[in-house]
Design a protein around this ligand. Structure first.
Ligand SMILES: Cc1cc2nc3c(=O)[nH]c(=O)nc-3n(C[C@H](O)[C@H](O)[C@H](O)COP(=O)(O)OP(=O)(O)OC[C@H]3O[C@@H](n4cnc5c(N)ncnc54)[C@H](O)[C@@H]3O)c2cc1C
Length: 292
C-alpha cells in the first residue's frame, strides 16, 4: 500500500455553503487546506494517503479580527502574522498570552501563512498558540451552523477535533476580561525552533483587595494527548496575595496532582514535571506583573 499524498481533486469554494457541500460530498477523504504548513508536515510522514480532495478556503471571507465590548472575534483563516500585528490584540493585556505564543513560533515564513484554525485543527498538544488560546477561555464558532463550543472540548486528542461532516471552523471567540485580568505564555524547548518540552498559558485576575480571584493555567508540550488544565494549582491559588514564595510553594506542591507528563526521545517525564513547575510559576508571575 502506498502512503503517498496524491489528492485527485482541488476545490476553491466561494461561499461557506459550497465549502460545506464539498466537505459532505467527500467526508473523511476531504481536507480543508488553509496555510498548508500542518498538512505538509503530516502528509510527508505518510499520514494523509487517504485524502482525495483538498478544499482551499482562501476564497472565503474568513480572515478578520473584530472587537466589541464583550468579545474579540478572529476569523478562522486569519494568519499568525496578521494576529501578531493586530493592534486589537496588542492593546489588551488579557490577550498578551497570544502575542507571547506567536513570538515563540518559528520561522516567520510559517507565521505568514499558518492560520489560527489550522493551528487548532491540527490538534497536537505541543503546539503553542492553542495553549495560549485555551488559557484565555477561547470558544470556537462552527460553520455553517454557527454553533459554539469551548476550545477545551473542541480539541479531543491527537489529530482529532469535534467537527461533524460538512463542518469547519468559522471563527475563534475570546471573551473580554476585566481590567484586573492579564495573561502570559512561555515555552521551554531544547532549541530555539524545536517543539515545546513544556509550554504554559496563564490568565489571572485579582480582586479589589489585590488577592487572586481566578486563574486558568494550561500546560502543553509532552503532557499527553491534549493540553492539560492545572486545576489543583488554580484552586490553591485563590485568595493568595502576590507573594512569590507562596506561589512557588503551591506550584511545587500541587504540580504532580495536575500533570502526568510523558517520557520520549526529548526528555524524561521527571524532567518535564520539574520544567512544568518552573515554567508554570514564571508564566504565572509574568501574567500577574502585567496587571497594574
Ligand atoms: C517549519 C515549521 C515550524 C513550525 N514551528 C512551530 C512552532 O514553533 N510552534 C507551533 O506551535 N507550531 C509550529 N508549527 C506548526 C504550525 O503552527 C502549524 O502547521 C499551523 O498552525 C497550521 O496552520 P495552517 O493554516 O498551515 O493549517 P493547514 O496545514 O492548512 O491545516 C492543518 C489542519 O487544520 C485543518 N483546518 C485548517 N483550517 C481549518 C478550518 N477553518 N476548519 C477546519 N479545519 C481546518 C486542515 O484540514 C488540516 O487538518 C510549525 C510548522 C512548520 C511547517
Amino acid at each position: 500500500m502506498s502512503l503517498a499524498f496524491r489528492p485527485k481533486s482541488f476545490f476553491k469554494p466561494s461561499s461557506e455553503a459550497e465549502l460545506s457541500k464539498y466537505l459532505k460530498q467527500f467526508g473523511e477523504r476531504a481536507k480543508i487546506i488553509a496555510g498548508g504548513t500542518g498538512i505538509y508536515e503530516i502528509a510527508h510522514r505518510g499520514l494523509l494517503s487517504d485524502v482525495e480532495a483538498l478544499v482551499d478556503i482562501s476564497g472565503l471571507n474568513l480572515s478578520y479580527i473584530e472587537s466589541s465590548s464583550d468579545v474579540t472575534r478572529i476569523g478562522g483563516a486569519t494568519t499568525m502574522s496578521a494576529l501578531y500585528q493586530s493592534k486589537q490584540i496588542a492593546d489588551r493585556k488579557e490577550l498578551s498570552a497570544v502575542l507571547d505564543s506567536l513570538k515563540s513560533i518559528q520561522p516567520l515564513q510559517v507565521k505568514n501563512v499558518a492560520t489560527i484554525a489550522g493551528a487548532i485543527c491540527t490538534a497536537l498538544p505541543f503546539f503553542d498558540l492553542p495553549v495560549a488560546l485555551l488559557s484565555i477561555g477561547s470558544r470556537v464558532r462552527i460553520g455553517p451552523t454557527g454553533a459554539i463550543k469551548n476550545l477545551s472540548d473542541f480539541v479531543k486528542g491527537y489529530f482529532s477535533v469535534d467537527l461533524d461532516q460538512g463542518e469547519f471552523v468559522k471563527e475563534i471567540e475570546i471573551p473580554v476580561g476585566n481590567k484586573n485580568t492579564a495573561s502570559a505564555f512561555q515555552k521551554f524547548a531544547l532549541t530555539h525552533d524545536d517543539w515545546a518540552l513544556i509550554n504554559c498559558g496563564v490568565s489571572v485576575s485579582l480582586d479589589r483587595g489585590r488577592e487572586i480571584s481566578d486563574s486558568a493555567i494550561v500546560f502543553g508540550g509532552g503532557v499527553g494527548e491534549k493540553a492539560v488544565r492545572a486545576k489543583s494549582i488554580e484552586k490553591s491559588l485563590i485568595g493568595t496575595r502576590i507573594d512569590e514564595s507562596k506561589i512557588k510553594e503551591i506550584f511545587d506542591k500541587e504540580i504532580s496532582k495536575d500533570l502526568e507528563p510523558i517520557s520520549d526521545i526529548r526528555s524524561s517525564a521527571k524532567y518535564r514535571l520539574h520544567l512544568a513547575k518552573v515554567v508554570g510559576r514564571r508564566t504565572f508571575l509574568e501574567a500577574l506583573g502585567r496587571i497594574k
